[in-house]
Ligand binder design. Sequence first.
Ligand SMILES: NC(=O)c1ccc[n+]([C@@H]2O[C@H](COP(=O)([O-])OP(=O)(O)OC[C@H]3O[C@@H](n4cnc5c(N)ncnc54)[C@H](O)[C@@H]3O)[C@@H](O)[C@H]2O)c1
Ligand SMILES: [Zn+2]
Length: 411
Amino acid sequence: MSELPREDTPVNLDSPMPGDSTPLSQLHWQRFHVSYAYPVAFSRGVFEPANPILADLIARVEPDKRHRCLFFIDDGLMRVRVHLVSQIERWCSQHADRVELVGHFRVAGGEAIKTHSVHLEAIHDAIMECRIDRHSYVIGIGGGAVLDTVGLGAATAHRGVRHIRMPTTVLSQNDSGVGVKNAVNFKGVKNFVGTFAPPWAVVNDFDFLDHLPQRERIAGIAEAVKVALIRDRPFFEWIEANAEALTEFKRSAEEHMITHCAKLHMNQIALGGDPFERGSARPLDFGHWSAHKLETLSDHEVNHGEAVAIGIALDTRYSVLSGRLRQGEDERVAALLERLGFRLYHPALARRDSAGRLAILAGLDEFREHLGGELTVTLLSEPGTGVEVHRIDPGLVGGALEWLALREANS
Ligand SMILES: NC(=O)c1ccc[n+]([C@@H]2O[C@H](COP(=O)([O-])OP(=O)(O)OC[C@H]3O[C@@H](n4cnc5c(N)ncnc54)[C@H](O)[C@@H]3O)[C@@H](O)[C@H]2O)c1
Ligand SMILES: [Zn+2]
């Protein structure tokens, strides 16, 4: 067997031209590194005229240029922040030396934008119509669903234009908005069409949360419980101690929960060794194999954060039933989620397919297929420590579901 050239061998430009005695196949390694860095800001009043933070981030590489910016704004946000567009217009004229407003579009908020392809097409249309190029900016302002769709639109127009995320829900500020992924749903499968595309910058403005419906404001806390349980025991204990302050939306508690959770996510992406998830593991997706399926099974009656809360309770109970986690920790986690305001059961969990199998179990196949490779699910060995497993026992999942159903019946 012939020996392959080493990966670090430079391409040989002196290899003979075809036609003489060259062997039919040659093999050269193409190899380069691209490093990514993007700022994530936590602030308030970003569109107050004197606030320079967004302009600073837009102009951070070419400070002496005027930068063309196209905004896409979540419809749900616009309904409660009726003056937002005029604020953005005023802010842009205040910073006209560095920012040129080329347009603003209102886009559907919530899962609808990810579910119907017309929305992504409209984003591409607007980017084309406004002649956004790779040195201009697409700025998405909204919840995780809007950011996912606008991010995908920006990542695919011209093979990728600069995009800035301005998350406006708790969940998008502490989780999805600071990461590198985007996606839309396809034929009933969550996040089937998407890319990894690190943003140019992320700006979290806590003021946006003031108008967020209570249900959404609570939902995002589930991601903080999730990352605390698999990575950070002191943070989990902090959430336990501050559950009431969080449900009362006390400013300092909410801001700490969001910033700490966002930083844990950022650390995982930067230091976890697999930012673009090329391996089989999805370390941050504790509680998510069932959550994604439940969102679809419930026809999005349960939102992402609520489904994650149920998924966390399910996988925590499963961790106990499979002998990995001390008995009683399941009760502790479920009780915390309930104190935070989550319901831990939905009738769709009991649904069965035509073969009599629990429909939720299909979530395991979809979870594995999303990445390929071996099934890898994160469970708990103790609060604050996640462990990866490669096999899930359907019987024990059934047992964990019964436990959740019983809790609901007794509540
Ligand atoms: N890309 C990722 O890494 C990643 C990670 C986690 C979740 N997600 C995705 O994020 C989505 C969920 O995002 P979400 O929880 O932010 O909810 P969402 O985007 O579905 O928004 C929820 C609702 O709140 C409205 N809204 C948004 N901001 C508002 C505000 N400030 N005031 C009032 N209303 C407002 C929206 O219009 C919508 O009706 C899911 O599609 C999920 O798959 C993506
Ligand atoms: Zn999530």
